[in-house]
Design a protein around this ligand. Sequence first.
Ligand code: NAP
Length: 241
Amino acid sequence: MDKRIALVTGASRGIGAAIATVLAQDGFDLWLNYRSNHEAAERVKNEIEQTNAQCRLLPFDVSDSEATLSVLDPLIEKETPYVLVNNAGFTRDMLMIWMNQNDWKDVLSVTLDGFFQVTRAVIKGMLTKRRGRIINIVSTSGQSGMAGQVNYSAAKAGLIGATKALAAEVAKRNVLVNAVSPGFIETEMIKDIPKEKVLPMIPMQRFGTPEEVAAAVRFLCSDQASYITGQIIAVNGGVYM
Ligand code: NAP
């Protein structure tokens, strides 16, 4: 069997970098997407190559349809990833009353247009080959709703709906679609949140690590997860049950 490829979006740092690293350890070659942090992406690539996996850096903005297709189309003509992890995401937090239309649109676009464009590019090949795993990184905010994050909560709730609908569409072709829903994970994304206010809300009384999220993704990409589809797996220390 040809070597399996995993495409991970937003993988230059944080949770995406941790996911790419464990998938390389599991024998996948990586297509590693990110937007602009070339130095950080090079560091992840070097780490991945130490595991004897190959790593191709694919810088593009997932919310930009032309940029996405100009990078992915030529690759997909030749090879189909076995795994796609839609991880790219960002926040622009503020109360709804202060939120302008760009704050709303940009957060929705990276999460939802990004999911649509990247997934649509690879899914035809997965369906033809009758194999594939798609994992969408959502958030507790999309399950419980979070004050100050109306845009982000809407985006992630939308991605949960898309996960379930797509899972139902493609299950009969052995393409499995699930979501992993992190709580508060120690990355740059949460560097500005007031820790002393948040920690008491978390039953486990600590933040999670990118590696703890990556472990759930790793399982969903493994042969052991062959009968799991349409599910939302929470990795959140009990903050939402
Ligand atoms: P992070 O540390 O801020 O890293 C974000 C990554 O996404 C970077 O690699 C960044 O690339 C990339 N990215 C951002 N916008 C992009 C775009 N338009 N196109 C392509 N790549 C883009 O974030 P993280 O904490 O690891 O979050 C990863 C995922 O987990 C996100 O979907 C996030 O919503 C979700 N999540 C995080 C938490 C948390 O507490 N950290 C909780 C729940 C869910 P560049 O650096 O090159 O721009």
